[in-house]
Design a binder for this molecule. Sequence first.
Ligand SMILES: N[C@@H](CCC(=O)N[C@@H](CS)C(=O)NCC(=O)O)C(=O)O
Length: 198
Amino acid sequence: MITLFHRPRTRSTRFLFLLEELDAPYQVRLVGTRTRDGGAADPANPHPHGKVPAISDDGTIVFESPAIALYLTDRFPKNRLGPVVGEPGRGAYLSWLSYYTGVLEPAFMSKFMNVEVPRGTAGWVPVDEAITVLDKLLSAGPYLLGDRFSAADVLYGTTFAMFAQSPMMPKSTAIDDYAKRVVSRPAYLKAQELDAGG
Ligand SMILES: N[C@@H](CCC(=O)N[C@@H](CS)C(=O)NCC(=O)O)C(=O)O
């Protein structure tokens, strides 16, 4: 049984969405975090910095969103939310999962903090450059892996939906349409309901 260490309306809400997509057996354990609850990390939370999300699979701990996404889609392959080892698309799947926290999030944070990205030394790029690549990709196919919806779309689609009206987000009709596609899925709506205490 999977335990999701969770705070409502945070990055861990995406894992309610993914667990619903996967039809996986899970329970939610609400935990405090340092920023919201002031001071020390919640000792119940296995994330090394007391952040959410983290999961336990009967004692196997996984933290950091791309690692959790990959672990869960490998662990619960039935609904095909991520290509498994040997399947076409596996390489692209791993790449876009890593790109999410390695490039896209730092790109947005750099813009948010008004820091110029030192292009040659930073491991990421300015947000406009990342969005140009993603706009091209998502203009060609409905999802990051083409026709196949995956856990990578859970991360990207929810992020783009959140930034839809934000000045941080460069304009892209393909990405706007993509975000709408992702957040109109029944599992997303169910996750929102659960997050609101439903
Ligand atoms: N790199 C982590 C980021 C997790 C993260 O920053 N979560 C936020 C909530 S959206 C958090 O727990 N903040 C509270 C804190 O840092 O104390 C991931 O992608 O899973």
